[in-house]
Design a binder for this molecule. Sequence first.
Ligand SMILES: Cc1ncc(COP(=O)(O)O)c(C=O)c1O
Length: 384
Amino acid sequence: MDLKFNTRAVHFQTDDGEKNKSKTKPIYQTSAFTFQDLDDMEEYFQGNKEHLYTRYSNPNTDDLGRGVANLEGTPAGLAASSGMSAILVGVLASVKPGEHMIVPMDLYGGTYQLFQQELQEWGILVSIVDFNDHEKIISEITDKTRLIYAEAVTNPLLRKEDTRALAAIAEQHQLKLMIDNTFPTPYFYRPYELGADLVVHSATKYIGGHSDVTAGVLAGDENLIAKAKKRLISIGANLSPFESWLACRGLKTLSIRMKQQGDNAAALADWFSQNSPVKAVYYPEDLSDKGNGAMVSIDLGEKYDVKAFFQSLGWIKIVPTLAGVETTVSYPLNTSHRTVPEEIRQSLGITAGTVRISVGIEDAGDIIDGFAEALKATKKLIKN
Ligand SMILES: Cc1ncc(COP(=O)(O)O)c(C=O)c1O
C-alpha cells in the first residue's frame, strides 16, 4: 500500500519476530549477536542473516537509516554516530584522494572545518565558492571533480539552495550531488526528489527532535550507501543502539513537531518583519506548500546591545544548537561560525548582530512576547 508521509513517519520499524510482542521495538543493547554453530554463522556471510556485530549493523540502527530514507524517498539509508560522520562517509563514498569537490562558502562551521582542513590534509581537493553564482561553480569543474556539496537551507542566514539547478549541473558534468537537509527535514523539503544523489542529516537536530541524542543519517542510492557503509564500518562511526532507538522515537513525531514549529516560526518571522525595528529578518521563502521551516534569523543592527539582548530573554535559553521542542537562540559569530574566516563571514552577511532562533512547539504568542520583551529591555539598557 502507498502510505503517505505522516503515516510512514510512524510505521517504519521492522517486526523482527520478538517473542513478547512488545508494542515498541526493544533496544538491542548488544555489541554482537550469537550463533548456534558455524553453519549458522556462515549464513550471515552468505547474506541470509542480518546481524553479526553492532559496529557492522544493529536492528535499531538499521531502523533509523530505513526510517529517514523512507521519508526522503531514497532507496537506502545509513545511521552514523553524528551528523559529521554521516557527512564524512558520504563524501568518502563519492571522492577519493586526488579528486575534487565543490562546496559553498555558507556552510555550517563544523562542515567548513572538515572540508577546508581535514579533507584537504588527506588529499581531497576542495573549492569553496559563492553558490549564489552558478557560473562560478561551473568554472571550478575539472576532470578531477566528483562531487558538489550544499546545504538545502543555509546556516545561519537561511538561504534556500536551488537543488534542481545544482542537480542539472551535476548531471551535465557526471558529478554526484550531496545535500545537507538538516534544517528543512524531509517534512518540508526532499532533495533526492529534486535530483540529489545523497542526502545527509545531523539527526541530532529535528530527526531526534528532543536534544537528547547525537546522531547522523545518510540517505541515497543503494550503491553509494553501500560504499559509505563500508567506510563507516572501517572508521567505526556507527551509532549506538540506544541512541538509534531514541532517534527513531523522535522520528515518529517529526510531522507534528515540524508543523507546529514551522507555524510558530512563520508567525515569529512575520512579527519581526512588521513590528520590530531589527535590521534584517531571515526566513526562507517558497520552501514547500507546508511552510518554510522552523528557523528564523535576525540581525539586531545598531539599535540593540547584543549582549544585553541575550541577557534579557527570560525563559528562552541560549543554546549552541537547534531543533529541540523548546525555542532557543544561538550566536553564530562565537559558536557555529567561529572557525569560518572573518572575510567569508563578512561577505555572507554574518555580523555581530546576527542571532539565530530555533523556534519550538510552545504557543506562538508566548514566543513573540518573549522576543518583544527582550527587545524592549535591550533598548532601555542602551538608553541608560
Ligand atoms: C547543518 C548542519 N549539518 C551538520 C551538523 C553536524 O551535526 P552533528 O553535530 O550531529 O555532528 C550540524 C551541527 O550543528 C549542522 O547544523
